[in-house]
Design a protein around this ligand. Structure first.
Ligand code: HEM
Length: 126
């Protein structure tokens, strides 16, 4: 089961960091033709985060972290798919910053669940 959790965690890491790099490129006005790739990577990140949460819950991760990851995933997807039409104009930067923070929180949430499960297992075997 630890192997499954680690695999899902790596998907979150790789897809999440690639989505982040692409997103930062959009911010500087580059690679905007790759928005669909970014959306795919972001969606993959969220799906893998949910799998980390489900697997983590079966391995004793705190319910608060599991539920938090579920909600965070919904927020990332919800904001991501409506991103381009939300608050057009000079205030759009707020949406962009919230989107960036939610995306990074999704990656961090996966690490938090993995870390808690590993620490719990280390204590149990000590
Ligand atoms: C790990 C998850 C994610 C990270 C770290 C991330 C990061 C970013 C960043 C830094 C930007 C550039 C600033 C901005 O315009 O907000 C961006 C843009 C964008 N992201 Fe994401 N994102 C993630 C997930 C998603 C998802 C799941 C979707 C949709 C399914 C999505 C859709 C978009 C769209 C449509 C843009 C705007 C591109 C444009 O300016 O035309 N993102 N993202």
């Amino acid at each position: 089961m630890m192997m499954t959790l680690t695999t899902f965690q790596w998907i979150v890491r790789v897809a999440g960091i690639l989505a982040l790099i692409l997103g930062l490129l959009f911010w500087t006005g580059d690679a905007v033709n790759l928005v669909p790739v970014h959306m795919l990577l972001g969606t993959l990140t969220v799906l893998a985060l949910w799998l980390v949460a489900v697997t983590g819950s079966q391995m004793g991760a705190p319910m608060g972290l599991v539920v938090g990851a579920g909600i965070l995933g919904l927020l990332v997807l919800g904001l991501g798919f409506s991103q381009q039409s939300l608050v057009p104009g000079s205030g759009h930067w707020v949406v962009q910053v919230v989107h960036l923070l939610l995306g990074m929180a999704a990656i961090a949430s996966s690490e938090a669940i993995g870390g808690r499960v590993r620490r719990a297992q280390t204590v149990a075997t000590a």
